[in-house]
Design a protein. Structure first.
Length: 210
């Protein structure tokens, strides 16, 4: 078998299990040493390319220029004359024009908007921890909805109301908003896995996805 599969003529070093495993471990160790050395060589080449390209200076220049551009844009388009402290509900269009991105909880968004506004997009984060009822109320404020969550996280802790659900997937005591939406809509809505974030190396999140 060793002759036909691996072209090994001298089989005495492999005539028992312990000898075979010792040889295999030695080969594995040599392989990983070789791979690590190759990666270190590649890393050194990339670091040298970055050094010759003056990468750090270019990155600092890009960061500074981007921040100046943002501040200039905000200064031109946002006035400090009106803070909308007490009038934002009556002047909701002007308020949303000045603050195009707003934050709220699903419990308060309807009251915060006065029950009148319909937002272009509503993004519900941590939807696996979100009860169904307040989540559904937030849907009434949205033209488009993006639900973000992880169904493998610990489940939410619902309040025991003892009310009978109109359908199984609307059971607030068993399912989160994320579970309910995935089960109700299934493949009729687009779904995507997280591809990039800034909490860990991209290869780690790709490993999690796979």
């Amino acid at each position: 078998e060793l002759l036909f599969n691996f072209r090994i003529l001298r089989t005495r070093p492999f005539d028992n299990w312990d000898k075979r495993m010792s040889a295999f471990y030695s080969l594995q160790l040599h392989y990983y040493d070789k791979v690590l050395q190759d990666k270190k060589t590649e890393l050194a080449a990339h670091e040298e390319a970055l050094r010759l390209g003056n990468f750090k200076a270019l990155l600092e220049e890009l960061t500074t220029s981007s921040m100046l551009h943002l501040k200039h844009h905000l200064h031109r388009h946002i006035s400090d004359d009106d803070t909308f402290d007490t009038t934002y509900r009556k002047r909701l269009d002007a308020f949303l024009k000045r603050y195009p991105v707003i934050g709220s909880s699903t419990h308060s968004i309807v009251n915060s908007l006065g029950g009148k506004a319909v937002l272009d997009y509503v993004i519900i984060d941590e939807a696996s921890q979100q009860d169904i009822v307040p989540g559904v109320l937030a849907l009434s404020c949205a033209k488009n909805l993006i639900i973000v969550g992880d169904r493998k996280q610990l489940a939410h802790i619902p309040e025991k109301l003892g009310l009978e659900a109109p359908a199984p997937w609307y059971d607030c005591e068993k399912y989160s908003l994320l579970d309910s939406c995935v089960s109700v809509f299934g493949n009729s809505i687009p779904m995507t896995l997280l591809k990039e974030h800034y909490r860990c190396h991209p290869r780690i999140i790709q490993f999690c996805n796979q």
